[in-house]
Design a protein around this ligand. Structure first.
Ligand SMILES: NC(=O)c1ccc[n+]([C@@H]2O[C@H](COP(=O)([O-])OP(=O)(O)OC[C@H]3O[C@@H](n4cnc5c(N)ncnc54)[C@H](OP(=O)(O)O)[C@@H]3O)[C@@H](O)[C@H]2O)c1
Length: 243
């Protein structure tokens, strides 16, 4: 049987590129995206045809806990086999402490952290039953290096990476590895949203003086998902061009 991947937030950016790379590696994929997107469905159909894999969609808004439960419940009922979970959906927000409304903080934590915890609770039940799995969470250098102006985003990613280390301990006895990737600034819409000054600062802070490519982050996902990473758990892997 082909290996099975479930990935969130793959409508565009890093997640979309990851779907392409995992399909090329022969994975069957469950894509969890916010809503129907004919353009993404066409992309998935092309990948299925080119790589002889199955790609299916489940839809939910990561802001909505009930929608997540409803979208994922059939996977539990059908006792689906899932080898790899990638919690990739995320949003960014930048502001200094005094300019950070609670509404922004809650929204960023809901998408980046709470939804990833809920999805992991559900999918890890399947993995615990099958006594194997690899969970990959999307952290960020913003959650490690404590840049000013990142109260919401940086704190939410720090929470994701702390959660990663905690549950790696809980799930290791079930044969489940849990790791996080901490990308530096990567060339997606998220990076384009940044203010010019913050963007230039991030690039100049990077030893390689450039943005990461989404493929460079997705390659790290592929490695952590695979048996080549069979003795790696509870780790945060920086993919940041040197910082
Ligand atoms: N790009 C960077 O510089 C960078 C650096 C470090 C970490 N990361 C992390 O890498 C991950 C992917 O980011 P990216 O750069 O690929 O960003 P992106 O291009 O903005 O893509 C974000 C993805 O998350 C999805 N998403 C956002 N809010 C959602 C919601 N409420 N419900 C369902 N899906 C939602 C988006 O879906 P829609 O298309 O429907 O909006 C999109 O597919 C994120 O966790 C991000 O924090 C990125």
């Amino acid at each position: 049987m082909a290996r099975q991947l479930l990935i969130t937030g793959c409508n565009r950016g890093i997640g979309r590129v990851a779907v392409g790379l995992f399909a090329e590696e022969g994975y069957d994929i469950i894509c969890c995206i916010r809503g129907e997107n004919p353009e993404f469905s066409k992309y998935a159909a092309e990948l299925m045809r080119a790589n002889h894999v199955k790609i299916e969609m489940i839809y939910c808004d990561m802001m909505d806990e009930n929608a997540i439960m409803s979208a994922f419940k059939p996977l539990l009922e059908e006792r689906r086999h899932i080898d790899v979970l990638i919690n990739n959906a995320g949003i960014a927000a930048g502001s200094l402490l005094q300019m950070t409304p609670m509404s922004q903080l809650k929204e960023v934590f809901q998408v980046n952290f709470f939804s990833a915890v809920l999805v992991t609770q559900i999918v890890s039940r399947l993995m615990m039953r099958q006594r194997s799995g690899s969970i990959i969470n999307m952290g960020s250098v913003a959650g490690l290096d404590n840049f000013s102006g990142y109260t919401s985003y940086g704190s939410s990613k720090a929470a994701v990476m702390s959660f990663t280390k905690i549950i790696a301990r809980e799930l290791a006895p079930y044969g489940i590895r849990v790791n996080a990737i901490a990308p530096g600034l990567t060339d997606t819409n998220m990076a384009k949203q940044m203010e010019a000054k913050a963007y230039d600062e991030m690039v100049s802070r990077t030893d390689m003086k450039r943005l990461g490519k989404p493929e460079e982050i997705a390659n790290a996902m592929l490695f952590l998902a695979s048996d080549r990473a069979s003795f790696i758990t509870g780790r945060i892997i920086r993919v940041d061009g040197g910082m």
